[in-house]
Design a protein around this ligand. Sequence first.
Ligand SMILES: [Zn+2]
Ligand SMILES: [Zn+2]
Length: 298
Amino acid sequence: MTGPKIHWLNTLFIATMHVSAIGGALWLISNFSWATLSLAIGWFVLSGMGITMGYHRCFSHRAFNATKPVQAVLTFFGSAAVQNSCLKWSSDHRVHHAKVDTESDPYNRKKGFWWSHIGWILHDTPVEGSMQNVADLERNPILSFQHKYYFFFVAIAGFLAPALIAMAWGDFIGGLLVAGCLRLVFQWHATFSINSVAHTIGTRPYSLKNTARDSILTALLTFGEGYHNFHHRFQSDYRNGVRWWHVDPSKWTIWSLSRIGLVSDLKRASKDAIRRAKESVQREKEERKAARRKLATK
Ligand SMILES: [Zn+2]
Ligand SMILES: [Zn+2]
């Protein structure tokens, strides 16, 4: 039996970026600049938010409505994270939720940690019903424009814009290699860890039906997306960390923007539904424990 074929374009691009990221790290060490380092961190935050707030919560799950300018900014910075167009990303993500932990899940954790982290991107992974589940998003002109000119957006938002900004203090190469490539490699592994680490490490307070887990570790890496067990149970909720003290900067930003009218219609699961989910997990755990005890005494 032969395994899935290598996706050469993705593999070569990802390999080149990792080598360029090493170049970026060496450049930063030998030509250290606070301005370039701050730009890289700022770009990491903005493009990370483009994915978590934009691609994920606003578009894939429609957990809140955003005004057109906010949508445009989120889509621009989402492009800088080089994770496909928002339409394709959302389509894959909706399949992930609908078919989690099955052969049809593009980043099926049950196929192994490596597969769910990056293996699925390095291989030709046909996704069942791909793009048929985003008809609602295809009607959005911002998203269809980004989809059509995706590579142009990647070049500008991912690399050219930070390089041109860094030219202001004479560090075009630093802007390109540090805020472009090195930042991107960190960004990839942070996002990828949602599909791998957040389906491996942590607790399952809201559902035992899938491998998704809540962990502060992944939440810290990904602006709050690490409360993944809650998210799989209540995917339309604009919060992933549901308690006020849960580390979820995406939730705090969405809430803050709603205060000044830039986003609206924040969806929340009811307190009652959340309590019932937790109680049912407790019951299921006790039933499992009782079944194990019965088996041991036989
Ligand atoms: Zn998941
Ligand atoms: Zn999701």
